[in-house]
Design a protein around this ligand. Structure first.
Ligand SMILES: Cc1ncc(COP(=O)(O)O)c(C=O)c1O
Length: 393
């Protein structure tokens, strides 16, 4: 079957980034890439901070943080009064977990599409408190209705103290019906943490209309912010019960200052996040989303064809703006985390191409992203080189 044409390129976009032109960067999802405009904005703030640290920290910093919070909340469709800046999704999830006051007999429920680091965090909090961590199995091909049904059947009201679901899963690049899941959990009185690490920038107003008790999203992936910029949105009933991981001077100031002020730290990433959004907006947010999703879909088909994967076996992420796509690897490859890492490194070194290699459900998967700085030729080159590389086990 012929591959549909790639989208029209966003001309000149690659020059907005500092990426090494000798490498194909097909894994924006893992650590993002910061546009030069946002790098410069952060450097200017660092220069200002170093010129007079006392003035930087004591005069106006709190207002600047509040201004940034409102700006980012507006972009995400979140209520700025119930939003706090944090460093990353991992930290936001840990803040929520340790604020719950879990007890022996309680459980935290997740799906097998969850992010490994967040799962470790849940395991530690459960171990510390005597609670248990239960994982629901959700087949990769489950429809949105089936996902909701699996969650509905899996809840144990009175016992399940938190359900953690990903808005867009990392290992399986799937959009989950989080609004419906939150609705079902709410009927049973179970709070939900939505891990939306990939949502800001990729999905329009990703907080609006979901009604989650907790929602955490990274701006430093698809929102082009400097790394260390994330947002934690909480429902009003939790606002005063959320505790920071690290207690500092603003402890008596309540939410969000007590979460945001983490002692002497570098707050310049947060303050330059609007410059990242400026880049996204100046390219056209909808245009970027449509381009990236179409390019990822194109890459999935080109590389999938090269590996002999029928189009019907290429997973569909479930949303028109999702710019991450999976391709199943030949059986026996990347079936463990170490194996996946080793293969990812081999692809980077031998093919000068950065991709994500994932292990999920006992098999290996290649995850390809689309970004404004990518071109169709990069996926075509991977399609040419990959079969030979995979054949040399
Ligand atoms: C679903 C999900 N949750 C959490 C994270 C962790 O993000 P961070 O490393 O920025 O804390 C990621 C990172 O890729 C992710 O994909």
């Amino acid at each position: 079957m012929s591959v549909p044409p790639p989208p029209e390129p966003i001309t000149g976009a690659r020059l907005l980034f500092s990426l090494d032109p000798a490498v194909s960067h097909l894994n924006h999802g893992s650590f993002g890439a910061v546009p030069i405009v946002a790098q410069r904005a952060q450097q200017r703030l660092r220069d200002e901070m170093e010129a007079d640290p006392l003035r930087f920290f004591t005069q106006g910093l709190a207002d600047r943080i509040a201004h940034t919070r409102r700006h980012l909340a507006g972009f995400l469709g979140a209520d700025p009064d119930h939003t706090a800046l944090t460093t990353n999704a991992t930290t936001g999830a840990a803040v929520v977990l340790q604020s719950l006051g879990l007890r022996p007999g309680d459980e935290v429920l997740t799906t097998d599409h969850g992010y490994g680091a967040v799962d470790y965090s849940i395991d530690r909090e459960c171990h510390r408190t005597g609670a248990t961590h239960r994982v629901l199995r959700v087949p990769l091909t489950a429809t949105a209705e089936q996902v909701v049904q699996i969650v509905r059947d899996g809840l144990r009201p009175g016992r399940t103290r938190l359900l953690v679901v990903d808005q867009l899963t990392s290992a399986t690049a799937r959009l989950f019906p989080v609004a419906a899941i939150v609705g079902v959990a709410g009927e049973h009185g179970v709070p939900v943490l939505v891990d939306a690490a990939h949502a800001p920038g990729m999905l329009p107003a990703p907080v609006r209309g979901i009604g989650a008790d907790f929602w955490v999203g990274n701006l430093h992936k698809w929102g082009y912010a400097p790394r260390g910029t994330a947002v934690l949105a909480v429902a009003p009933r939790w606002r005063d019960r959320i505790e920071p991981l690290v207690v500092s001077w603003e402890q008596d100031s309540g939410f969000p200052a007590r979460l945001e002020w983490q002692g002497t730290s570098d707050y310049t990433a947060w303050l330059s996040a609007p410059a990242g959004l400026y880049t996204l907006r100046s390219l056209g947010v909808d245009r970027v989303r449509a381009h990236n999703a179409a390019l990822a879909a194109y890459g999935q088909r080109v590389v999938g064809d090269a590996l002999g994967v029928p189009p019907a076996d290429l997973p569909d992420p479930g949303g028109p703006t999702v710019a991450m796509r999976l391709i199943p690897l030949p059986a026996g490859l990347a079936t463990t985390r170490d194996g996946a890492r080793a293969l990812q490194t081999r692809i980077a070194e031998r093919l000068a191409t950065q991709v994500a290699v994932m292990t999920w459900d006992g098999r290996g998967w290649l995850r390809l992203c689309g970004q404004v700085y990518n071109s169709p030729e990069e996926y075509q080159r991977l399609a040419v080189g990959l079969p030979g590389l995979l054949a040399q086990r």
